[in-house]
Every structure is written in structure tokens, then in C-alpha cells.
Write a protein that binds this ligand. Structure first.
Ligand code: SAM
Length: 263
């Protein structure tokens, strides 16, 4: 706990990310990834395999962009750095371990950016959502854009904040949580769909809460009703094994992967 706090304080992040809780989330994600390393291994391996297939089929080896690179648990950085002249890792917060690891790889760059288009709205700096991708995604040199287990994360903080707020956020009120979440998910998919680079998409779809007898107690659609089409690969990610969030409950996520996603 104290270590997490110290790590949070030492992790560079813009004011909006700190204020809205993204830096805390980044530290928490790293800690959970460490605690659940064994349970997460099949998911990380499957994600890396989809990205490996995307690299293999990509004919344009200029720049590769990873959206939602985070702690790089499910991203094969070495394969990207070998396969492309430039690799740009994009996240709201880059963990210290990743900052250290990429120092030794000259063609890898870190870009800190909001990929939801919601942070400016949440901080009062913009009148509405503005979902868009960083300009590097549309550069002529960019051959591959990977959305790496990011999509379901985009609505989490913004929807929670909207549902807590007393004042409307631009045109959105606290009763609009589901529509707001759907707009964030649809905004990212529309931005990916507009790219001319090859798009590799990895995302979880839903969360199931299960007990030790396999009985389902809750199920949540993480994409707010947005559909992606038949996936190339799908698997189950044991996000929280028994004991992680409750002694007799575990959380399972259904994940899909497309090495070349088209809407
Ligand atoms: C489940 S993690 C992705 C895991 C990562 N691909 C890996 O290899 O470990 C989701 C990532 O999305 C990032 N994220 C969430 N909301 C974001 C936003 N609005 N803009 C940019 N990144 C965001 C988080 O910081 C986190 O690193």
C-alpha cells in the first residue's frame, strides 16, 4: 500500500490524469497484474499472439502505434521494435517500469495522451466529448495501429464521474451514464475505422461474476451495447481469481482479438 503510494508519487503524469484518478488506476493495474500473474498468463499470451499475427501480416514496416500500452503485460514490445522502424506507445499514464525499459530501445517513444476524448470535458476545458486519436495514427509512415485492451477501459472513469456529478457535464447529465459510455466506446471504434493503417483490436466484451460452484451472480456488458463482428480469436481472461476481490467470487472477462479489424 505504502509502496503503491510512493510509486504513484514518483510516476510522472499530467494534472488532468492525476486529478481524475488515472495515475492511481495505473499503479493499481500494475499491482494487480503482479498479484494475478499466473491467472493472467493465458490472456497475455493470447493477446501477444494476436499482435504477433498482426505484425506478420502488416506489409508496411514504418511506424507501429500501441494505444493503451500501460504496463506492457500483453504487448510483445521486442517483436514490435524488431519489426518496425518506430514504435509509439500511447497511454494516459506510463508506469515507471515501462519508462525505464524503453530507455534502452531507441526506436520506441512514449506519448502521453487521453484516448477517450473525455478528460477535457471532465475538467471543464471542453464543452463536449471529442474522441480522437493522436496524429501519429494518421501519418503516412504508420502501418499498424494496435488498440491493446483499451476499449472497455475508456468509459470507466468518465461514466463514474458523470454519474456522481450534480451539475451536467456539457450536454450530459448524471442519468445519461449508459449513453455516455456507449458514445465513448463508439467514438474509439469510429476513430479506428477511419484509419488507413492496419488496425489490430484487442478488447474484453463483458464481465461475469461467478462463485465456486460456477453459478453466475452478475454479468456486465463492458462495451455498452456496441458490437464488433465475429472475432478472429476469443478467450476468457480470469481478471480476478477467487480471493482477489472476494473469497468465493471470481471475475471472468470474455476477450476478443482481431489482427486486422474492419468495422
Ligand atoms: C487493461 S490496460 C491495457 C493493458 C496493456 N495493453 C498491457 O499490455 O499491459 C488499459 C490501459 O488503458 C489506459 N487508459 C484508460 N483510459 C485511458 C484514456 N482515456 N486515455 C489513454 N489511456 C487510457 C490505462 O492507463 C491502462 O494502461
Amino acid at each position: 500500500m505504502l509502496l503503491d503510494l510512493l510509486r504513484a508519487l514518483a510516476t510522472p503524469a499530467p494534472a488532468a490524469q492525476r486529478r481524475l484518478g488515472y495515475r492511481r488506476d495505473s499503479i493499481w493495474l500494475e499491482s494487480r497484474a503482479r498479484r494475478c500473474r499466473g491467472a493472467w498468463a493465458p490472456h497475455c499470451e493470447a493477446s501477444r499472439a494476436v499482435i504477433g499475427a498482426a505484425i506478420a501480416r502488416c506489409g508496411h514496416r514504418g511506424t507501429a502505434v500501441v494505444l493503451g500500452s500501460g504496463p506492457l503485460a500483453d504487448v510483445p514490445l521486442a517483436a514490435l521494435a524488431t519489426g518496425f522502424r518506430r514504435v509509439v506507445l500511447v497511454d494516459a499514464v506510463h508506469p515507471l517500469a515501462v519508462r525505464r525499459a524503453v530507455r534502452a530501445i531507441p526506436q520506441v517513444e512514449l506519448l502521453t495522451a487521453d484516448l477517450s476524448g473525455a478528460m477535457d470535458l471532465l475538467t471543464g476545458a471542453a464543452p463536449d466529448l471529442d474522441p480522437r486519436l493522436p496524429p501519429v495514427c494518421t501519418e503516412a509512415e504508420t502501418g499498424l495501429v494496435i488498440s491493446a485492451n483499451l476499449l472497455s477501459q475508456l468509459p470507466i472513469r468518465p461514466v463514474a464521474r458523470l454519474e456522481r456529478t450534480r451539475r451536467p457535464l456539457g450536454p450530459w447529465t448524471r442519468d445519461d451514464g449508459d449513453a455516455f459510455g456507449a458514445r465513448l466506446v463508439a467514438g474509439h471504434l469510429a476513430a479506428l475505422a477511419g484509419l488507413s493503417a492496419q488496425v489490430c483490436l484487442l478488447t474484453d466484451l463483458d464481465e461475469t461474476e461467478e462463485d465456486r460452484q460456477g453459478r453466475v451472480h452478475a454479468r456486465h456488458d463492458l462495451l455498452y451495447g456496441q458490437r464488433l463482428g465475429p472475432p478472429e480469436r476469443s478467450w476468457t481472461w480470469e481478471l480476478a481469481p477467487f480471493g482477489e476481490v472476494a473469497r468465493d467470487r471470481r471475475l471472468l472477462h470474455r476477450v476478443v482479438g482481431f489482427s486486422q479489424w474492419r468495422p
